[in-house]
Design a protein. Structure first.
Length: 277
């Protein structure tokens, strides 16, 4: 059986992470005018979805029809890139190697249980996106391509509270509200980030979590059950997601590497304690 840390690392290597169910609404402008895009993961592990969209606020739905957990990680590319190139770059970035200069984390929907659906709301900028299921090894034959056209936009999303990610720290409107709340996950840093939220066990601290990730020794100081995560977004981008959190203390952490390569951010100190009331 894989250790908690190993399972988390597997999720990070795939540029996404463990269990997260999100339901979101765009909070700027008239929601009836926002686009709605639906992607599906079938039992063969292939993702299908719309081939085109316009720039702006988009409500993204993900239906997991597979028998195991899946997610929807969007990768935005610059220039004409094939699905084979995408998969090679994806695997390199996930193993701590430098990201290609044309390869960007483009948001999406976090891990979703078999037979379940989840959504997220974000702004799509012009470019070519690929939809990848990071819960399994990417296959060029099973990714979906999405062409986003139109002018770049400065639209934003708003929520009940905000969690900001930077190098290498999380900040939140403290304390975060308990229950299912629309939260803006805002990457104010220069590096790509995602958010994983796990409840701390007993008197464990963020420092205990960081030590556990580095050594993988002893009992996990955080609970893997109920861990929630966002998709990966680049600096200057944001998503509106729903975090459904019980009252208590949580470890917020990131297992993505710098664009230049290197260890996951959690091993560089990006583990912070967040209070939920």
């Amino acid at each position: 059986m894989r250790s908690t840390s190993s399972r988390i690392r597997r999720g990070a290597t795939a540029l996404a992470a463990t269990a997260f169910a999100v339901a979101a609404l765009a909070a700027c402008g008239d929601s009836e005018e926002d686009q709605a895009l639906t992607f599906k993961l079938d039992k063969s592990g292939a993702i299908t979805g719309p081939g085109s969209a316009e720039t702006g606020v988009v409500e993204i739905a993900f239906d997991n029809e597979d028998d195991s957990e899946g997610d929807l990680q969007l990768i935005r590319t610059e220039g004409k890139r094939s699905a084979d190139e995408l998969v090679k770059a994806f695997e390199a970035a996930g193993s701590g190697k430098p990201f290609p200069d044309w390869f960007f984390g483009g948001g999406g929907v976090g891990s979703t249980g078999p037979g379940e659906s989840a959504t997220a709301t974000q702004v799509l900028q012009p470019g070519t996106y690929y939809a990848v299921n990071t819960e399994s090894r990417p296959d060029a034959e099973k990714v979906a391509e999405l062409e986003v056209t139109g002018d770049a936009t400065d639209e934003t999303v708003e929520g009940d509270a905000t969690v900001r990610a930077g190098e290498y720290v999380f900040e939140s409107d403290a304390p975060l509200p308990a229950g299912a709340n629309e939260i803006v996950f805002d990457n104010i840093g220069a590096q790509p980030h995602h958010l994983l939220a796990s409840k701390l066990i007993g008197d464990a601290t963020a420092e205990d979590v960081e030590t556990f990730f580095k050594t993988e020794k002893g009992k996990p100081p955080l609970s893997e059950k109920g861990t929630q995560a966002t998709a990966v977004i680049e600096g200057g981008e944001a998503q509106l997601v729903t975090l459904d959190l019980e009252p208590g203390r949580y470890a917020f952490y990131c297992f993505i590497s710098d664009r230049q390569g290197g260890p996951p951010h959690a091993l560089k100190g990006m583990v912070d304690e967040i209070e939920v009331e």
